[in-house]
Design a protein around this ligand. Structure first.
Ligand code: GLN
Length: 447
């Protein structure tokens, strides 16, 4: 803990941490040292973990990087964090992110932007940018993030670390501040596949506080990393043909596919013509869910309340106008629009039907093949400000991550070399639902 506290201090300018639980972490370390000396320590003893600023931790402030939650303290601990603590992980602090998880660059935050440690003029990715940089710069052993449409995998790719999004429902969402409830997952950033697998096996599993959490048994992922069988791998034609894909990332992905073929695995091209509908479907459904989820922030119950109100209605309006950032407001308006009486069928209902088609085709292909391989992102980490005036260009960054989110299947980003500027490149591997053990084993083999 002392070593990590030291690194957090020397790398403070990266702005990954919003708050460091110094005294708490040191006291926990003492306690766990005691347990180790009597041979009673939990599975995660020795692991020092940072948490994204959207996860509730009893008695600690949580802001979702938004002014509207300034001063708000959690009154209970999220299940995911509690399970880590129960196995003697040490929670060392709270990590910066895009406001309510909305963004791909960690520029939408009331705490100020996070810098990529590989090149400080570039973004770390988002929305879990602080979590990614904390792992990248060795400020923690691992970090929790959340992935609604790529917010663990994309920043993992931009910073050269391992980032896993589990199957939807694998990890309880109790105590997670919601962005889009039917997409939100809690994921893990780490330097190695093994650490990632260990944390995930502790965190996953049924929780009676979250009625959507799965009752499926959770295998010991970290003990199942032996990968020996010949696998069937598919790559989706449309992903590699996309105009948005940088040529360097394309050839980087291609060489992994070639190598796997040389090693005797089956590697085949398949068509996935629905790829072009994945982003629009994602942005219609997530903004709709966000507009409903964020209606609770009205100045009455949580955090910020405007000092300028003259009556109840102006209190609601001014609190929300002053408390939410520009991107969050854009999404609330878009979501309210697609849910409105006159446009509901044209957008929301249609997007739900398209979601089902995407999910069914994805699951069907993943029953014929063990894994999909594709780039995590179309480009490597871009410069600050490059997309901030153009929301649609920013949304395009999520081109390859949203398919797994729309379908609910697990997906991981692992480091796969660097581009000519030395910026990390990520490789994404996707499997069918609840096949995290296989996904980890294959990722371990690839790294
Ligand atoms: N960049 C995507 C978005 O802004 C993904 C966010 C996420 O996964 N939380 O919606």
């Amino acid at each position: 803990v002392e070593k990590y506290l030291q690194t957090i201090q020397t790398k403070a300018h990266l702005n990954a941490f919003v708050e460091v639980y110094r005294d708490y972490a040191l006291a926990r370390a003492e306690e766990i040292d005691q347990k180790i000396s009597i041979g009673k320590a939990g599975k995660l003893a020795g692991m020092v973990i940072g948490i994204k600023d959207v996860l509730c931790f009893d008695g600690h402030e949580v802001n979702a990087s938004s002014k509207i939650l300034s001063g708000f303290k959690s009154q209970f601990t999220s299940t995911a964090i509690q399970r880590l603590i129960d196995q003697d992980a040490i929670i060392i602090g709270r990590l910066n992110c895009d406001e309510f998880g909305m963004g791909s660059s960690n520029e939408n935050t009331v705490h100020g932007r996070v810098l990529n440690a590989a090149d400080e003029s570039r973004v770390p990715g988002g929305s879990s940018g602080g979590s990614a940089v904390a792992v990248q710069a060795n400020m923690v052993t691992a970090a929790l993030g959340t992935d609604t449409g790529g917010s663990v995998r994309q920043p993992a790719a931009f910073t050269g670390v391992v980032g896993m999004k589990p199957t939807y429902s694998r990890v309880s969402r109790w105590g997670l501040i919601a962005y889009a409830s039917s997409f939100d997952t809690i994921g893990v950033f780490s330097n190695t596949v093994k650490d990632n697998a260990l944390i995930m096996e502790v965190m996953a599993g049924y929780d009676e506080q979250d009625s959507t959490s799965s009752r499926k048994p959770v295998p010991a992922f970290s003990e199942l990393l032996h990968f020996s069988k010949n696998t069937r791998i598919a790559y989706l034609k449309e992903t590699l043909e996309s105009e948005a894909l940088s040529p360097e990332i394309k050839s980087n992905t291609q060489s992994v596919l070639d190598k796997l073929k040389d090693e005797g695995h089956t590697v085949e091209e398949v068509e996935f013509p629905l790829l072009k509908y994945v982003l629009p479907t994602y942005y219609i459904l997530t903004t709709a869910e966000a507009s409903a989820n964020l209606s609770r922030f009205d100045g009455v119950k949580y955090g910020y309340r405007t000092p300028n109100a003259v009556n109840l209605e102006s209190m609601y309006k001014l609190t929300r106008s002053e408390g939410f950032g520009a991107e969050v407001k854009r999404r609330i308006m878009l979501g309210t629009f697609v849910l409105s009486a006159s446009y509901h069928d044209a957008y929301f209902t249609k997007a739900q039907k398209v979601r089902r088609m995407i999910k069914e085709q994805t699951e069907r292909l993943l029953s014929e093949y063990d894994y999909f391989i594709m780039p995590t992102t179309p480009t490597s980490a871009f410069k600050f400000g490059e997309h901030s005036g153009d929301p649609v260009a920013m949304y395009l960054e999520d081109l390859y991550t949203v398919q797994a989110s729309v379908s609910g299947v697990p997906a991981i980003s692992i480091p796969n070399g660097a581009d000519k500027n030395g910026m990390p490149i990520g490789l994404q591997v996707i499997s069918n639902s609840f096949k995290e053990a296989e996904l980890y084993a294959f990722s371990d083999y690839l790294t």
